[in-house]
Design a protein around this ligand. Structure first.
Ligand SMILES: [Cu+2]
Length: 125
């Protein structure tokens, strides 16, 4: 191998590592749900290439209302699923859609698009 080939190879490896880190370990946006007028713990979530915030902290035993607004037309994000709570919702572009349920047990519960490419996490304390 020439020096140039070695540099290109190492550069490629470094880039792969960075991309993997970016997708799996990059800092997440975390938000604590606040009590809304409805008496439920509410968080507004923007859907655009992912969920923002994608880490949502709520308290167990109190109703949760997540207000999703999808700001893109990519088919990937047209549904949001909460498998642990048997909840799902269709998200028309630009429209606010609420998903409501009451988490009984503390723990970490994932939510995702129908294909599992976009992911977020609900932390119940
Ligand atoms: Cu998807």
């Amino acid at each position: 191998m020439t020096t140039i080939q070695i540099i290109v190879t190492l550069g490629g490896i470094a880039l792969s590592i960075f991309i993997a880190w970016f997708f799996w370990f990059a800092p997440k946006t975390k938000m604590q749900a606040a009590l809304g007028a409805s008496g439920a713990q509410e968080v507004a979530v923007t859907v655009k290439g992912g969920y923002t915030p994608d880490l949502i902290v709520v308290k167990a035993g109190q109703p949760v209302r997540l207000r999703f607004t999808r700001r893109e037309s990519a088919a990937c994000s047209e549904m949001v699923l909460f498998p642990d709570f048997k909840q799902s919702a269709k998200l028309p572009e630009g429209e606010e859609v609420s998903v409501e349920f009451t988490p009984d047990k503390p723990g970490e519960y994932g939510f995702q698009c129908q294909m599992g490419m976009l992911r977020g996490k609900l932390i119940v304390e």
